[in-house]
Design a protein around this ligand. Structure first.
Ligand SMILES: O=C1O[C@H](COP(=O)(O)O)[C@@H](O)[C@H](O)[C@H]1O
Length: 248
């Protein structure tokens, strides 16, 4: 049974006994938001990350979820991507494809991944352009509160340094406010070249879930929950969030 409470700044916090329980809660939550979004506006725009998060979503491709989720209405995006070939083991796209997307009926044309044949800068520009087109055609809803898309659900992992997407502590990418997608060529965690959603985009989503597991992340989680003031400017996982759900 998860320990659940509402934090005054961070939204809902859920602490689970073990990975199995977390994983069931996570996929239940995804299935619930998927159904609600499709009811509300016909599609479900979900944003994935890479890393350990994807394996925790594995139950989605098993019964009952694989049968009850309306995969044809899913549009899939990434909060960040490593600028490597789509067949490279470091690719967040490959991880999601191998673990999830190749096992369910999401239309390939509904999968919005980066161009892996260009520079990080061009990949960021092209990815943002593609999303802007989808906002124009209203596949992705525009936020009413910012000049950003309002994704139905953004799923974020968190590194032990507190990074989310490819927004790392003290990195200039954290300051980018006018672009939806930015790029890095000096990521502190390899590989160095990446693209990432900026904070305004993450903060404009209808729901954001941060999933953190394992001892190496305990300190960053503790700081995120208990020590808001001293590290507010340092930990990307703290920045700007107000009303979204945070699942840990
Ligand atoms: O490099 C990345 O790391 C984070 C965290 O990964 P994890 O394996 O420690 O869970 C991930 O969320 C991000 O998408 C990825 O590019």
């Amino acid at each position: 049974m998860a320990l659940t409470w509402t934090h005054k700044d961070r939204g809902e916090i859920r602490v689970h006994e073990n990975l199995e329980e977390l994983s069931i809660d996570l996929v239940d939550y995804i299935a619930e938001i998927s159904e609600a979004s499709i009811k509300e506006h016909g599609v479900f725009c979900i944003v994935l990350s890479g890393g350990s998060l994807i394996n925790l979503m594995g139950k989605l491709v098993e019964p009952p979820y694989n049968k009850i989720v309306d995969w044809a209405k899913w549009y899939v995006f990434w909060a960040d991507e490593r600028v490597v070939g789509k067949n490279h083991d470091d690719s967040n796209y490959k991880l999601a494809k191998d673990t999830l997307l190749s096992k369910v009926n999401v239309f390939p044309r509904h999968i919005c991944s980066i161009n892996d044949t260009v520079s990080a800068e061009d990949a960021a520009t092209e990815y943002e352009f593609a999303i802007r087109q989808m906002v124009k055609t209203r596949t992705v809803i525009a936020s009413e509160n910012s000049d950003c898309p309002r994704f139905d659900l953004i799923l974020l992992g968190m590194g032990s340094d507190g990074h989310v997407a490819s927004l790392f502590p003290n990195h200039p990418a954290l300051e980018v406010k006018d672009d939806w997608v930015t790029f890095l060529t000096d990521s502190p965690k390899p590989p160095p070249e990446r693209i990432t959603f900026t904070l305004p985009v993450i903060n404009s989503a209808a729901s954001v879930v941060v999933v953190a597991t394992g001892e190496s992340k305990a300190n960053a989680v503790h700081l995120a929950i208990d020590d808001l003031t001293s590290l507010e400017t340092l930990l990307p996982c703290l920045l700007g969030w107000s009303s979204q759900a945070v699942g840990i």
